[in-house]
Design a protein around this ligand. Structure first.
Ligand SMILES: [Ca+2]
Ligand SMILES: [Ca+2]
Length: 533
């Protein structure tokens, strides 16, 4: 988290993300072909379908769709920050008060455990957003004359969290980070005023480690390490090693490093974590991809998606097998991560098409944001937490008595957007899993502007039309002859071998006559081939 735009005290928010860790490295495909990460920021209340920022529960969708995992919001006790409008901002969860998971805005320990278990049973891992660089930005006496308490009732003041940390557990620099070229300053001073833990001390490392081990013992399989750019790689390595020594299998770590270049800390500083198994977020991916899909202007022209033909490491991005990629996350969708461009669900079809590209393109481990609705035009709106009760407890995404989550409502304050359930995005997860076995791009075609197509060996084919007019032509798909379900505009029923929407017929030479509507896409793959008549 970087939060240059946030004032003292606050870090980001977690919107819901739902992603797809369909995987990304050729040598890893066999074992990970069913990967996909779904990150959410809802509250978690139920099963394993979409969870995240929901309450600790919801399910029944992620496993069948092929999602590998869900990234959930920080589950530990957090600051309760009530703004003058009565809102509890999302970023209060990025201010730990203790590592108890007995009560957060998403629910209780029992609810969290139930979610982890349900997801595990559905073949979906849970990744916890681990906030371990810092504690709170404030605390002490509140305006009513009482003391601040965290979500589980623990009293605290900045630098003193009874039972967890006291003053000598923090770095001695008590001022804000002031020089991003100075690694020591970035890692030992305060990120937007948040009390910075002395992660070099054995006591602090052990306390953090015990928190992570406890989660792993509950069935959590991975950690998104928040703000790791502000923790030295030495300290992070020591923490991961302690956790790994205590649990089997070793958890998966992916680390948040916003590295847009030109600073003292580099994403590559963290590649060695967890015996070289740690991954890192690639914020430049979403920045560069967003500019193409937004057709960002430059003097004399604008960027186009045809330019994505070589997208990947040759653009200066991290090695694919070290990278977490996303079209948007909870920070970028609010303009909080320093990138020049960003897209989100507010961009409608552009978010769909960019996600189709990401899931179809062999680079990185994709993560899909699953948001709640918010007003992106004001700071009040971008601060807003998920739909909550008057005390800041996140609402269930399920209405009373319903097993169907309340998705697809973009009304700020009440709606859950659930991008991971948008048909093109949800169905492309299985496409990615199926095409992992062909980790290369073939038959690239573009019109020099905003219409592109490519195949993935003989396993899948995608055409994306980010123009208003229709795209109709005969494509070389690379696929074996047959009738395929266009999973962007219909759903494939694997049991019946039928498609609820349009189909594409591929002839014996691999060619197919395909028409792609304006601002639409077509995707076909071997796992969604209709039964022979
Ligand atoms: Ca630090
Ligand atoms: Ca181990």
């Amino acid at each position: 988290m970087r939060l240059q735009r946030l004032r003292a005290g606050h870090a980001h928010r977690c919107a819901n993300r739902c992603g797809s860790r369909a995987d990304r490295r050729p040598d890893e495909h066999a074992g990970a072909a069913d990967r996909s990460t779904n990150r959410c920021a809802h509250r978690s209340t139920n099963g394993c379908a979409d969870r995240c920022a929901h309450r600790w529960n919801n399910r029944r969708y992620l496993g069948p769709k092929g999602f590998a995992a869900v990234q959930v919001s920080p589950p530990n006790e957090h600051a309760l920050i009530r703004q003058s409008n009565g809102n509890y901002p999302w970023w209060e969860r990025y201010q730990p008060v203790s590592y108890s998971i007995d009560k957060s805005r998403s629910g209780t320990r029992a609810e969290f455990q139930d979610m982890v278990t349900r997801c595990h049973n559905a073949g979906v891992d849970i990744y916890v957003d681990a906030v371990i660089n810092h504690m709170t930005g404030g605390g002490g006496m509140n305006s009513e004359g009482g003391f601040f308490h965290g979500s589980n009732g623990s009293p605290y003041t900045k630098y003193n969290y009874p039972g967890t940390y006291s003053a000598n557990d923090f770095h001695t620099c008590h001022s804000d980070i002031s020089n991003y070229n100075d690694t020591g300053n970035v890692q030992s001073c305060e990120l937007v005023g948040l009390a910075d833990l002395n992660t070099g001390s054995d006591y602090v490392r052990t306390t953090i480690t015990n928190y992570l081990i406890g989660l792993a013992n509950m069935g959590v399989r991975g950690f998104r390490v928040d703000a790791v750019k502000h923790i030295s790689p030495t300290d992070m390595a020591a923490i991961a090693d302690k956790v790994n020594a205590a649990v089997e299998p070793d958890p998966y770590y992916f680390q948040e490093v916003i590295d847009n270049g030109g600073e003292g800390v580099h994403a590559s500083d963290y590649f060695g974590i967890s015996n070289g198994q740690g991954d890192v977020t690639e914020f430049r991916y979403q920045d560069k991809l967003s500019k193409k899909f937004l057709n960002a202007p430059f003097p004399g022209g604008h960027e186009t998606i045809a330019e994505l033909r070589t997208f990947g490491e040759s653009w200066g991005l991290m090695p694919s097998d070290k990278t977490i990629v996303f079209t948007s996350n909870h920070d970028t969708q609010r303009g909080h991560a320093g990138g020049a461009a960003f897209i989100s669900y507010h961009n409608g079809r552009i978010e769909d098409l960019a996600s189709v590209f990401m899931l179809g393109w062999p680079y990185g481990y994709p993560s899909i944001m699953s948001s709640y609705a918010f007003d992106d035009s004001t700071s009040t709106g971008t601060d807003a937490g998920p739909p909550s009760d008057a005390n800041g407890n996140t609402n269930s995404i399920y209405s009373a008595g319903s097993n169907t989550p309340s998705c697809f409502d973009q009304t700020p304050g009440v709606g859950w957007v659930c991008e991971h359930r948008w048909r093109p995005i949800g169905n492309m997860v299985a496409f990615r899993n199926y095409t992992n076995a062909a980790w290369h791009v073939d038959n690239w075609w573009d019109n020099g502007n905003n219409q592109i197509a490519f195949s993935r060996g003989d396993r899948g084919f995608v055409a994306i039309n980010r123009e208003d007019g229709a795209l109709s032509r005969t494509f070389q798909t690379g696929l074996p002859a047959g009738v395929y379900c266009d999973v962007i505009n219909g759903d494939f029923d694997a049991t019946a071998g039928t498609c609820s929407g349009p189909t594409v017929t591929v002839d014996a030479s691999g060619s197919a006559s395909i028409s792609v509507g304006g601002m639409n896409a077509v995707a076909i793959y071997g796992g969604a081939k209709l039964a022979a008549p």
